[in-house]
Structure formats: C-alpha cells, structure tokens
Design a protein around this ligand. Structure first.
Ligand code: ZN
Length: 173
C-alpha cells in the first residue's frame, strides 16, 4: 500500500468531470485501498479519486468514531434526496484549514458499485449524507467552496495559492 499525494485547490484536476470506472479490477481495488490509507493518515472522513490525481468516479468514506466502517463507492449516483436540507460545517483535504457552512439535502439514497462490482444502494443521513454528497461533488469537478459566495470563495482561494507556494518551496528544499 502507498500513501498518495493530496492535491490542493486550485488544481485543474479538482475542476474535472471524472470518467466512470469501466472495469472493477485489481488495479481499482488496490487504488481504493491506497485512497483509504491516505484518507486515514490525513486524517479525513472522505476522499475522492481526483483529490489524489485520478479523474475516475470512485471515493472512500468513513464517518465512524473508531474508523472501523470504511465505505468504497465506485460510480456512485444519487438516486433520491430528501425535501429538507441540513447545514453542516464542511472542510476538505484539498482545502486544508478552511471550513464553512454548506446546506445540502439531509438524506440521500446512493447507488454504486462495490469493490467486487456488485450494485449496492445506501441511504445516508446525518454526517454521512453530507460527506457522500461532498465527495460525489468532487467527481463532477465541484469543491465545497463552489457552494459559498464568490467573496468568501475568492478569499479562501487567495490563501490557498499562498499556502501552495510554501508547500512547493518546502518540497523543493
Ligand atoms: Zn473534499
């Protein structure tokens, strides 16, 4: 297993609409394991493939307190949503150290392929609902900043550009 490098905004891959996974094979399974390891190490509760440089529709999640309930979703699709919304303070491994309130449907039903290629559905509410919608957004090139006012978004983006410059300097040193 290998830890993958997490891309930060602004990065073109985080604006990319990702392609479906065609075959659920060993390469896909190995990548999902690496994504999970990267997410746990970060630490985070969700990670989508474009955040680690692969423009494919897959993501991993674990919102449990003891990090014992990993979910791996391939080609996830939201097939039903609640009429009511909930607001959560969101953060993102691609936008480290910035948080903001985002309103989303408070439950969703999601259809996806598991790591063996079986079609599954999950009904998510609470934190899992927020997290799965946030991660599916990534597969469509959307980050949580896109749900904020342009004023707030641009303020965070400016700070991220500075943070990325010092990250690159550190990497070169
Ligand atoms: Zn994110």
């Amino acid at each position: 297993m290998a830890k993958l490098q997490i891309r930060w905004v602004p990065d073109p891959i985080l604006k990319t609409k990702c392609a479906p996974v065609e075959d659920v094979d060993d390469t896909v399974r190995a990548f999902l394991y690496d994504m999970l390891e990267t997410m746990y190490a970060a630490p985070g509760i969700g990670l989508a493939a474009p955040q680690v440089g692969l423009a494919k529709r897959m993501l991993v999640l674990d919102v449990s307190d003891d990090r014992s309930q990993p979910l791996k979703l391939i080609n996830p699709e939201i097939i039903d949503v609640s009429d009511t919304d909930a607001v959560y303070e969101e953060g993102c491994l691609s936008v480290p150290e910035h948080y903001a309130n985002v309103s989303r449907p408070d439950w969703v039903e999601v259809r996806y392929l598991d790591e063996h290629g079986n079609t599954c559905t999950v009904t998510a509410d609470g934190l899992l609902a927020t997290c799965v919608q946030h991660e599916i957004d990534h597969l469509d090139g959307i980050v949580f900043l896109d749900h904020l006012s342009s004023l707030k978004r641009n303020m965070i983006l400016r700070k991220m550009i500075k943070a990325k410059k010092s990250r690159n300097r550190d990497a070169a040193a």
